[in-house]
Every structure is written in C-alpha cells, then in structure tokens.
Write a protein that binds this ligand. Sequence first.
Ligand code: KIV
Length: 279
Amino acid sequence: MHKSVQDIVNMKKDGKKISVITSYDYTLASLCDKAGIDILLVGDSAGMVMLGYENTIPVTMEHMCMFTESVSKARETALLVADLPFMSYQASIDDAIRNSGRLIKAGADAVKLEGGSVMAETINSIVDVGIPVMGHIGLQPQTTMLFQGYKVQGKTKDTALKLIQDAKALEEAGVFSIVLEMISHEVAEIISENVSIPTIGIGSGIRCSGQVLVVQDLLGMYDKIKPKFVKRYMNLSEDILKSIGNYKKDVESGTFPSQENWFSMDKEELDKLRSEIGN
Ligand code: KIV
C-alpha cells in the first residue's frame, strides 16, 4: 500500500518532515522507494539529467509519460507525483485536464505544475475532475529563462508579498502541497506558517514542511551545475568512472570474463560435436 495525498497532508499536521526526491527510471526509483522516501517526483528536470537538454523547455508529454511509467513500476510505498511539462497546461484548461489524465494513466497519483495565482483556475479545474495537484512557486524553471533568470526569489517586500499571495491562491485553488523553489528562507517560513498544506522546499531553508532534491545532484552524478542548495551525499561519478575504467582494462587484458561468468556444455555433448565437425 503506497502513501496517499492525505497521508502527505497529515504529515504536516503531525509535525513530520516530508522527504521528496526526483525519480525518472525503474532502477533508481526502486532504491529511493526502498529507502522510505515519502514522495517520488518525476520532475521535468529529466530534460537535463536524463535527456541532456540545457533546460526543461523541450520536455514533452511523451517523455514524461515514459519516465512516469518506469517509476510507477518501481514504487511500492511512496506517493508518485509527475510534472506537467512546458506548454502541456498553459494554453487551455482542456489541455491541462487531458494531459494530467495522461500522467495519471501512466501511473502518477498527482501532477505538479508551475505558476502562482495565474494558474488558480487551471488547478481548480484539474482538482475538480479528481486529480490531485502540487503547486510550484518561486523560481519556475519552465519560464525562468524568459523572465526571472536563475536568482533567489522573494528578496524584497513586494516580491515577498506576491509569493505569499500566490501560495494562498494555490491553497484556495485546491493544491495538496506547494514546492517553494529558491525563495529566501524568511519568506518560505512565512508561507509555511500561513498555509495549512505542506510546503516542499528546494533552496528555501529549513522551515518548509519537507525538502526535495534532484537524485543525480545528491548522489553526485551530475556535474554541469551545482547550485548552492544542493547537498552531495556521495560522489558517485568518481566511483562510476573508476569502475568503468577497470572494466575496460579487464576486457583489454583478457581478465574478464572468467570461469564464473561463462556457461559450459556437457563434456559428452561437446565430444560428439567435435567428432562430427572434425575439430
Ligand atoms: O523538475 C524538478 O525536478 C522539480 C523539482 C526540483 C522541484 O520541479
């Protein structure tokens, strides 16, 4: 039995911190789920860490459905949330509902979309058809290139007020939780105290109800950028590079494979074969 949206909402009420990690593939998702992570987020950060794009803009519904299917086969206990990619929900409410439905059919329990009060009507319509929604305010990677740039949000009174209003508008629209990305920790704390739903921080300080990191960042597998808010728990790229280098050396020197890695015929069958082919 996996966690429900209500279980996540109750965690805030019970004063329990919520752990969230991004997942895109079966193998890593199984490990995250076994480790007891509360929410697996199929983020559109897949565009960078899985598909090698510069940003999340090129990510399609087809990509997100494929990643969601793989993760859904792996998860046993976590809640599974999937991102609606750029332009899958902005053009019309019909698009937003239909594409949310596609992610649910692919195995998600809820969808996430970026935007503040401007998205309230869309969120309300998705929730109305029975699909739980996670909001996402602060730095919004899908539009950051166009407007904000990669910088901390909510550093002035006016931008902070707007973020607080956005969070309240999303709560009213029916989201079950909100990601707060790269918001000054003071504003993230004020938002967390002023909404009843959980806030999930990324680069937004300790007072959020939970935290999210991109799995490749925390495992030290993605070196292109290293934001200040990332904590690396290991340096997996180093171990992977070493292991693959050792494999290459073994292949070249003929020390791999060895007897324990290959399969044999019965001696009698082999003798018969040799005599038949005169070898
Ligand atoms: O796409 C993503 O990975 C995200 C999280 C970092 C919040 O939206």
